[in-house]
Write a protein that binds this ligand. Sequence first.
Ligand code: M7G
Length: 330
Amino acid sequence: MADTTAKREPATVETDELTQKVKRAKTDSENGRGEVGDEFETDVLSGFQTSAVLSDSAREKTIFIRGKLADEDAVVILEKTPIREDTLAELFTGSRLKLEMRNDIYSTYRLQPPPHLNEIKTTVVCPATEKHVKKYQRQESFLVEETGEDYKTITLPYIQKQSFSVQWVHNILEKKAEADRIVFEDPDKEVGFVLLPDFKWDQKQADDLYLIAITHQRNIKSLRDLTSDHLRLLQNIFQKGKEAILQRYNLPASKLRVYLHYQPSYYHLHVHFTKLGYEAPGCGVERAHFLADVIQNLQADPQYYKTRTLYFPLRADDGLLSKFKEAGRL
Ligand code: M7G
């Protein structure tokens, strides 16, 4: 099985080099080995017209906006990024400080950093479908109880008609997009996968590390499709994914949360690798299933995920929720 780890590093790298390594990974993509380095300037958002704020969070420092981009529906996500320790010296020497108030031993300021230390991570979905708008809109959620039979009669027919396109996944597998962001690939058709940074992670610091492993097999929609026939695939992703993350980012398995979502947004099997301690969106018990547990459950019962009742949250305006209501299951 070919090992195409993009940049192999000895597993003995010191922990304090971690930040440097993450930075180096980022620089690789800036140096033209990435598809679009961040030296590639664009004014693509200058014509963006906001129509509604879908949700925002002062704590998370994010805002999800709906609007128009060249007459197309678009969703723009803005997120202030964490302050990195390795930029502190420059932040203190290169910023302008404006005093707001001083009282006894206390003083507050507005600090204006140099532009390159003041970036906002920006994600654009364009054209955005109504389903994207709903995904990012703040909504009340309801916990649904799905038996194996419910999956066949309610969920499966719905997702066959209504789910998000997985074109972006095929682009990754076919190296038509994000090719130079790939951290590791096992090209085997049966048990192979591509491991790369999730687009929620800006790769500037390991504190919010987030990668996804996407299977080369295209016919596994979600957890529900898994049987003991897939154990080799799952074990391969678990083992090689952890090894690749150790080598690239020097993060051991004991620092990782490795899981699948049920329901996922995209019905092509993929596994989430996030840093333990980082509250990644969707890492709660109502949606995340530890890969280690999935493997053990399938070892104990080959049909575990075909037969078990699974629980997951659905948002108030999710069409699948209406289907569960119509079927009298809620
Ligand atoms: P999911 O469990 O299907 O849905 O995970 P979720 O988005 O509700 O969590 C899909 C994962 O793929 C998410 O973590 C997304 O942030 C990530 N993702 C989605 N898209 C469209 C892309 C993309 O184009 N590139 C990359 N690298 N990651 C993506």
